[in-house]
Design a protein around this ligand. Structure first.
Ligand code: G3H
Ligand code: ZN
Length: 289
């Protein structure tokens, strides 16, 4: 059974580790993450962007697939199903109605007052179903599934206010960027993170979790980051493993049916599991179920 993300991120914030949030796209992604979570005893957040939801057919498909796998694979570690970067109050409600246990309302594209008002609306609705809510202040640089941000740093005063709206976790711009980090990028803004945590000692979310050096990830966790969002890193791992399979000509092996999608997708699937284990090792969330 799905659980919300509240207790996970609370425990993470208190004990200085971070929960991994992993974006899924299909059955292989979901199965790989759930299996790896179970094998490593890791509480985990499975997330879908609005784009991924569309790709998979809709929220009911996602909820059905995730719940089916939780049962069939006997997953007993805490797993939350989370809407990533929900752009509207309606989308958040739709995900909650379908069975999501956690939602992000991303009002970073709105004027601050509207962001606050709509976050409150989502919290009021989510509370009725014990669904956890993530809000965002400032913005994340780069682009993810059509969500574009300028990378404004989070404001400590806003962090203090928004963290009191009944949310469970707060995303803030701290120099993080979606997608691959550009050449010129050097570091997260630890100054900003420190100021935010001083104003709001609260579970904070690091978006753009792919491609940040391990020492910076660990430092961010030690300073109050309690959830780390990973999408691109999984895509690259899947791409590399699939490319290696095809470049080795294994898909052309008619004798062993290398073209069977279950074989063709297997290396990528295994790479997803390996990436999960490596990253949750950095995050310190293994064995915390
Ligand atoms: O919301 C999802 C994450 O912020 C994805 O970040 O592109 O660095 O994996 P990423
Ligand atoms: Zn994000």
């Amino acid at each position: 059974r799905l659980v919300n993300a509240h207790n996970m991120v609370e425990a993470a914030h208190k004990n200085k580790f971070a929960i991994g949030h992993f974006n899924i796209n299909n059955l292989e992604w979901t199965k790989a993450i759930l299996e790896a979570a179970q094998e490593t005893n890791t509480p985990t957040i499975i997330a879908t962007s609005e784009g991924a939801i569309k790709y998979m057919g809709g929220v009911e498909t996602v909820v059905g697939m995730v719940n089916g796998l939780l049962n069939n694979l006997n997953i007993t570690v805490p797993v939350a199903l989370h809407l990533d970067h929900g752009q509207t109050v309606e989308m958040c409600k739709k995900a909650i109605d379908a069975g999501y246990s956690s939602v992000m309302f991303d009002g970073s594209h709105l004027p601050y007052a509207d962001n606050v008002a709509k976050t409150k609306e989502v919290v009021a609705y989510a509370n009725q179903f014990e669904v956890s809510v993530e809000a965002e202040i400032g913005s994340i640089g780069g682009e993810e599934d059509g969500v574009v941000g300028q990378g404004e740093l989070g404001d400590p005063k806003e962090a203090a206010e928004v963290s009191k709206l009944g949310i469970s976790m707060l995303a803030a711009g701290i120099g993080n960027i979606h997608g691959k980090y550009p050449e010129w990028w050097k570091s997260l803004s630890f100054e900003t993170l420190q100021a935010l945590q001083q104003a709001a000692p609260f579970p904070m979310v690091l978006h753009g979790g792919s491609g940040i050096p391990q020492d910076q990830v660990e430092k961010a966790i030690s300073m109050g980051i309690s959830k780390i969002n990973v999408n691109t890193e999984l895509q690259l791992a899947f791409r590399d493993a699939t490319r290696a399979y095809i470049e080795a000509g294994k898909d052309l092996d008619d004798v062993n049916k290398g073209f069977d999608p279950r074989k063709l997708l297997a290396p990528g699937y295994k790479a997803l599991k390996t990436t999960f284990v490596e990253l949750t090792g950095w995050f310190g969330s293994q064995g915390k179920a």
